[in-house]
Design a binder for this molecule. Structure first.
Ligand code: C2E
Ligand code: MG
Ligand code: MG
Length: 662
């Protein structure tokens, strides 16, 4: 076609040129001299002008032709490019006519949706769209036709295998010369994977990774919704159940975290199943409402249930009790038979709570009350609990303030050798000077422990006690030198830097480590014997001595005791104080002393209050005693005076009697 056009054009040009040349030569070279005159002159001018116009026209035509060729070449190249892009694009590109019929589908359709180009030609695109999305797609197409540019749209399309793919699409209109929309070009992108990833992310933001139960964030959201609903509808009542597994730490410590995790998963499953079951038993009138209840895991061994639409508060208690009884059925985890108990705290929507967090906090307070009341129990939050919690919070704030203001004092209680009657050492005990009141540890040590304030508090006490001991050692030299006992709480015991901190204090105060005794209660040591053995060895490597405090109140296994690198047993004062009246206590004290001797440990009798106690302890061959009979805990001035009297006098017993009333 192109060649033929060239020929035609060429012929036209040649013919015109020949014609022009003929006319021009005719007129210029005056081949007919006899016909001179104005007529010829005019004709000559006119022909010349015509020739010029023809020549210009030829040039213009040639130019136009070249332009046309260029445009054609460009169009062909663009067509090729479009073909290349659409055929290779990962996105599915379709062209549909104004009736919605498919004119073109890119090969990506086969790749993504499984249909061949032939299959696509014979199927209607609207049928492949998810019924719920059809209206949206039709509306978007209508908009694209009228405005020329469609909006971004997400819809589902059926894969040949029957599954649904999520597509993101945009449509653009192709208009004809009159500006009417003739076709639509639709570009579809498969975003199924991205959507799935987004869904997974959204799920994990609101669910617990281990049990796949809703997490705290989702629970709080639902709680807030329930709160709003209860404010709007008076009859709508709900409850929050806070469930905490009793002594869960023991499973983790003794069986390992893997088993611990499995137990938590099984508890979650048991609670879910039980919730469904107890719902029909405890709230039979509510029928389908159980689907609204949210069981969430807040982390650790804490689960929460949002019990929606209850009739009376007793509904919540009934559900809690039934859940507890379901949980009490033994679990089998990795071959172990495990029995768990749970403490449950309940907060009811009737309480004047504005925020979801407040309700959760109330349920938590009630749960703690249940634990303190003896575990495996259920408590409903009341205002007295709230007041208790507020008082605790105040105490916590004041404790911090007290620390900053240096309101803590160290008192010392002498430890006496029952053979010599002399003071061999002291136990350092904290006191809190609040105004003119001197608070004993019973009033604040639990809060200090729970808030972690005990760590800096005892570091300070250790330093002070070590310095005081150095001073007394210089003032009252003895062989062996005076020693100092310091208590270690469970929070400190679990602190990874415990040994390091004590080592630093010993260096700072230049105290011989052997003169420092660390007291760890039997309960702390036995809570996790393996861990305790390693911490105790680490402490022992500092060169300090170790005692088991309040011995007899825990559940020490003798073989364990043998493995611990301890030096002394402090017999709990509950046995000593009853040993003169209760033969059973006397027997226990006797057994503990015998046991200690067989293990090469010294014994210290706490709470020695009477002369009778002292005599009995001496008869049982107890090494040391500590108690009000000798001296109550007192500040350094009182103790210095006592030391002066006792350790330098020949009759120490009388000296104690004189100072015991302090
Ligand atoms: P603990 O280590 O068993 O300390 C002995 C407790 O028995 C002291 O009570 C002491 O005052 C009391 N006590 C001593 N002799 C007698 C007696 O003859 N009769 C009676 N009824 N009680 C006697 P305190 O000072 O109130 O301390 C109580 C507990 O608080 C201590 O028990 C110890 O576990 C803890 N604690 C005290 N101060 C500190 C401290 O600075 N740090 C740490 N971590 N714990 C401390
Ligand atoms: Mg102690
Ligand atoms: Mg004790």
């Amino acid at each position: 076609m192109e060649g033929r056009e060239w020929w035609l054009w060429g012929l036209a040009v040649v013919v015109t040129l020949v014609l022009t040349f003929g006319i021009v030569s005719l007129t210029y070279f005056q081949l007919h001299p006899q016909t001179e005159g104005t007529y010829w002159t005019d004709l000559k001018e006119w022909v010349r002008g015509l020739a010029l116009v023809v020549l210009l026209f030829d040039i213009y035509t040639l130019y136009q032709h070249l332009q046309l060729q260029r445009i054609r070449r460009q169009l062909a190249e663009r067509d090729e490019l479009f073909q290349l892009i659409t055929e290779n694009a990962a996105d599915m590109i379709a062209v549909v006519d104004d009736a919605g019929r498919r004119i073109y589908n890119s090969p990506a359709y086969q790749h993504i949706l499984g249909y061949s180009v032939e299959e696509l030609k014979t199927t209607s695109s609207i049928e492949q769209i998810h019924p719920d999305d059809r209206l949206g797609v039709l509306e978007a197409a209508r908009k694209a036709r009228s405005t020329g540019q469609g909006q971004r749209l997400e819809y589902r399309m059926r894969h040949k295998d029957g599954s649904w793919r999520i597509l993101e699409s945009t449509a653009s209109a192709i208009r004809n010369a009159k500006g009417e929309t003739e076709k639509l070009v639709i570009v579809n992108r498969d975003i199924s994977e991205r959507k799935r990833a987004e869904e997974m992310l959204a799920h994990s933001a609101f669910h617990d990774g281990l049990t796949n139960l809703p997490n705290r964030a989702l629970l709080l959201e639902r709680l807030q919704r329930a709160l709003v609903l209860s404010k709007r509808h008076r009859d709508y009542k709900f409850a929050v159940l806070f469930i905490d597994i009793d002594e869960f730490k023991v499973f983790n410590d003794s069986l390992g975290h893997k088993v611990g995790d499995d137990i938590l998963v099984q508890i979650g499953q048991r609670l879910t199943a039980s919730l469904r079951e107890v719902d029909t038993i405890s709230r039979p009138l509510l029928g389908q409402s159980s689907k609204d209840d949210t069981l969430a895991r807040l982390g650790g061994d804490e689960y929460t249930i949002l019990l929606e639409d209850i009739r009376t508060p007793s509904d919540a208690i009934r559900v809690a009790e039934r859940l507890q009884s379901r949980l009490a059925v033994p679990f089998t985890v990795q071959g172990y038979e495990i029995v768990v108990n749970a403490s449950v705290g309940i907060a009811l929507s009737t309480a004047a709570c504005a925020h979801a967090e407040d309700l959760l906090r109330d349920a938590n307070i009630a749960m703690y009350r249940a634990k303190r009341a003896g575990k495996a129990r259920c408590e409903v939050f009341d205002t007295a609990m709230h007041e208790g919690a507020v008082r605790r919070l105040e105490l916590e704030t004041e404790l911090r303030k007290g620390m900053e203001l240096g309101e803590f004092r160290t008192h010392y209680q002498p430890i006496i050798s029952l053979t010599t009657g002399r003071i061999t050492g002291f136990e350092a005990l904290t006191r809190w000077q609040r105004g003119n009141r001197l608070l004993s540890p019973a009033e604040f040590i639990t809060v200090a422990e729970e808030t972690g304030l005990i760590v800096p508090m005892n570091r300070w006490l250790l330093c002070e006690a070590c310095e005081q001991l150095r001073s007394w050692q210089r003032q009252f030299p003895a062989e062996p030198p005076l020693s100092m006992s310091v208590n270690i709480t469970s929070k400190e015991f679990a602190h990874p830097d415990l040994a390091k901190g004590i080592g630093e204090t010993l260096r700072q105060t230049a105290l011989d480590p052997y003169n420092l005794q660390l007291e760890i209660t039997e309960t702390i040591a036995m809570a996790n014997p393996e861990k305790a053995a390693s911490v105790l060895s680490e402490l022992k490597s500092l060169g300090v001595r170790l005692s088991v405090d309040d011995f007899g109140t825990g559940y020490s296994s003798l073989s364990r005791l043998q493995q611990f690198p301890v030096d002394a047993l402090k017999i709990d004062r509950s046995f000593i104080s009853h040993m003169d009246s209760d033969p059973e206590s006397h027997k226990i004290v006797k057994i503990i002393i015998m046991l200690a001797q067989s293990l090469g440990l010294v014994t210290v009798a706490e709470g020695t209050e009477t002369e009778e106690h002292v005599n009995q302890l001496k008869a049982l061959d107890c090494s040391f005693a500590q108690g009000y009979y000798f001296c109550k805990p007192a500040d350094q001035h009182v103790i210095s005076a006592l030391l002066l009297k006792v350790n330098s006098s020949s009759s120490s017993a009388k000296a104690y009697q004189a100072s015991a009333g302090t």
